[in-house]
Design a protein around this ligand. Sequence first.
Ligand SMILES: [Zn+2]
Length: 1212
Amino acid sequence: MKMNKPKMASEKGVPSTSKVQILLAQLEKMTGDSMVRDPETSRQITSKLLHLIQTQEKTGKEVMSKGTSGMEVILSSLESTRDAQTILNILCILSELLTLGKGRRVGVFVSKGGTGVLLRILISTSKEFHPSEELMLQLHSLLAKVGPKDRKLGVKARLSGALNITINLIKKNLQNVKLLLPCLQVLRVYSSNMVNAISLGKSGAIEIMFKILAPYSKKNTSLLKVAVDALAALLKSKTNARRAVEARCVSTLLTLYMDWHRNDTWHRHTAIRKGLLGCLRNITNTKLGRKSFTEADGMRILYNSSSECLTVRTLDPLVNTSSLIMRKCFPKNRLPLPTIKSAFHYQLDHALASGPVAQLYSQPPGVDDVVDDSDDNEDTEADTENDTENEEDEKDCRSLNDDIEKDINKLHPQKSPTRPFEELRVYERFFVELSEDFQDYTFDCSTTSSSSLARTPRTVLVPTAQALSTNDVTTQTSSVLCPPPKDPHYSTPAPLPPPALQLDTLRFSKERNKREEVAQDLSHALECVALKSEDSLNMDKQKGSPISTQKVAHSPLLLEGIAIRCLAGGGGGSDCGSEGAEDEGAVLEVPDTAQLLPLHDLDLYVDMVKGTHSVPQYTEVAYPDYFGHVAPTFREPLLERLYGVQRSKIFQDIERLIHPNDILDKIVYDLDIASCPVIESDGESLKFNSQFESGNLRKAIQIRKYEYDLVLNSDINSNHHHQWFYFEVSGMRVGATYRFNIINCEKSNSQFNYGMQVLMYSVQEAISGRPRWVRTGADICYYKNHFARSSIATGGQKGKSYYTMTFSSSFSHKDDVCYFAYHYPYTYSSLKMHLSKLEAMRTPEIYMRQDVLCETLGGNSCPLLTITAMPESNSNDHVCQFRNRPLIFLSARVHPGETNASWVMKGTLEFLMSASPLAASLREAYIFKIVPMLNPDGVVNGNHRCSLSGEDLNRQWQNPNAELHPTIYHTKSLLQYLAHTQRAPLVFCDYHGHSRKKNVFMYGCSLKETIWQSSISAASSELHEDLGYRALPKILSQIAPAFSMASCSFVVERSKESTARVVVWREIGVQRSYTMESTVCGCDQGKYKGYQIGTRELEEMGAQFCVALLRLKRMTGLHNHQHLLDLESDLIGTQPKVVSSCPTTYVMDEDEPSFLEAVDYSAESNDEDGEADNEAGAGSREIPETPDLRPERPSDPESGHGAWKCGPVASQ
Ligand SMILES: [Zn+2]
């Protein structure tokens, strides 16, 4: 059929306003039969209309203006006409109309059903014997224009059978660029729907795209761009991806990519290059695709090409996508360990058959728990037939809300009759203050205290070097204490005789298979902290012993106002850069930190270590714990993350595969072999050590000259929980920058990505008068790596990977010994030392008592403190006031890796014992019961989260086992005793540390707020709740700079139902029952905004907590109604919105913005849609149905939605 071009009418000078309306009215009249009967008229009218619109812009506005029916008239004419020329005219009219007006006009068109009309015409036209090419061109152009605005276009097209019309048209017109372009554009729109993509794939769409794209040619680049995007969209379907692999498309794509890479010298076609990478990225979501990619040498090709792109910033998207593909295809490695079970095992006497430890050790001997046999669960999953892409997100939200407790019975505080009082009566002994009458008391000073720690007057050894052979010195380079002569690691276990700390009724006798000799070993070892004789000193020097951490210095030396005292001699290399130093009389100068640290005492510390029992039988003391830590006076800002850090680290990782010959792969430290630590003599490697209290390093592997992979040990009797670290390095070269990678981290995100640095302690600095931990490390980032995690440790989930925490550091002193830690270490021995010193600070006005609550599985005692003021006299009134003071119950450090909790506790204790009038008032107001370390064993053994039972003690409060969880069992019993005697504490607070949030904040328990959050309906009568639980955090937010009310939550979560906070609230009936979380990172509000947190701030927090308690007392005493009103308004202000989207801060664990660089490059085949897409925008913008329905977050322009995921993660 011959067709005329749309006719251009040429009547000028007539007022168009009326003209358009007249024409539209005429058209409207014709709609229906007359349209068919009189094609000539309809042709004329539409032709005139087209002319008007083409020549006068306002005409279009008139047609499209609001309140007019122009579009309806045009569409219904289009529907009813059978005349090809009229149709063409109208399509041209629409094309003109929709080109202008931004997206609004297209929106009107779509809302009036325009796309459906177009598809119907497409179908009917295609049924004609010789479909008009011009018509097809116009139809596809229009569809390409409006398609992206119609979310349902893909489905409509499939259902109406339009998909194949387009694909056949493309097949027949491969050389007809003019027609091909709009067809490809429509195909691209269609392909974004997964079901369409599969259907198109079956129709041969992929092969056709390759015909268009290959071989390389720079002709028609705009067409190529559309084709490559369409191909990438098609390949999102795994069925299509496999089809493509089978057709050997991977190497074609790689070849094409390299052709473009080489020929696109001026980077004018990066969009096409990026599109090709997009195809590869989607193909490699399948196992088959990854295999094919590797076989086609894809790793090397992409590595080399992206290395060449690195210098051009505008090519970043190419580099990022390449890196993403390479990471997916990077072969999964196994952790370099024989087993992921902790290197140490503690034999439990009472292991429950169903408990985690029994499960852990019931594996048959041959089982490889490091990786799974088939950790790559392949894509058996078919492409989903489901079109609702946002399901995933909804699921995420639901699982979050799922954690909120919805059982109203569990939400009501209930003092369940737990145990008969007779059973609890034994705990009376811990509350002698409640019955003390003080009649025999002389009111002078040192009395009532039944200190357990001061009770054994053990001689503090003043060790000498006599017993120390030089061999010992050389092998034991860097710690204060030397190990027993032989095999410090496994053999000669060391029990001291069972400590004399005992409780008549509560002590659990344990048969410990420890031998006495170790006591001797230990004291022998302690002798190494020695005042060395000149002789041994000289011997050391001759042998070049590296022991010398010493800065050779004149004695006595005063540095920074710290008196230095002579403690021990060092040997060895004296060329440590100290100017004018003389070797003669060289001694290790030790800062008398006690002058700055009133609670520190070096000798006492060593003494305390002797009574500390560790599973590995540690005999060494780390210098930082020995010298102590004096908080620096300067503030340490959050580290600004440099652009591209993660990428460059990942490239270095990929290089291991590309240039395997550059990799040393040399084990320099390994707890799993008997001769650990591996001693390196050639001076080419760092020396590592972590065999001291709270140390946690299992293995160190030198990768390159200045790069080490580090593996952390699992918690004892467990096979995971890697986060806390504390280790020593020595043998460093000054000026070199070392890269350290901790390769078996588990959490999916970390504050190391948001400004947190590691902590470093330099012994040289310490002996120069700066004994302190400082934040250090550059190029820090945390990302998913290529080490596979066994499903045995992930709770059954397969295909998971570990994460790498990497940092770089250099050293400024030769012959230094440095320590790195996750956070400021605080050992159990430190606690004992602090308590002993605190006790010595007691004045006659202070009532302070130390009891031993119980002994732990590992044989360490768990101290319980009672602090209050002495009664003014022993008069009846005064004693009565004394006994009736409300109780405050505090605890800390149930999670050993959360050392910040101990520093906060230290601040609390120091304040309570201080002479300030506030402290005196506080003591007069309350009786404090404090368990400062609920998990001594975990702390001693370098665990991150568990006790020796391999369990998280803060999940045992509902039903603690007296044998397995003694500290929890007895702490809970104390509280039960108090509840029984109507003395339940006014406030209960358990101090914790939080690894994924900034600031300090609290979790509390509120029935009301939980019900609001859970959106369960409850009768309003059930919602009577005193708002008192908000008072303490509110006060804290006013007085403590690090504290943030906005981060607090008072929701009761199911996953937390066995935590201290929830159990004390429900079972003991303490309304003000809290977890206080302190950041390990820093603050993003208040006075410390922008700074990392230090011990000074943490201790201050502990002191402010006390001050807040005093205010609380005044408030509750006065019944200040105004204040309660304030609270009410505050509460209303924070009342959560209805939880239609993901909840706000409440259950969320992280509140960081999405990444600067997306982190989660997932190779998991079931993770396709969760994959971070580094390149927001570009081609994908015009494609509809992009499932970006994640909740609104402050997003980063670089990363789009980044890797943020709302996953409920327990922390407390
Ligand atoms: Zn915790």
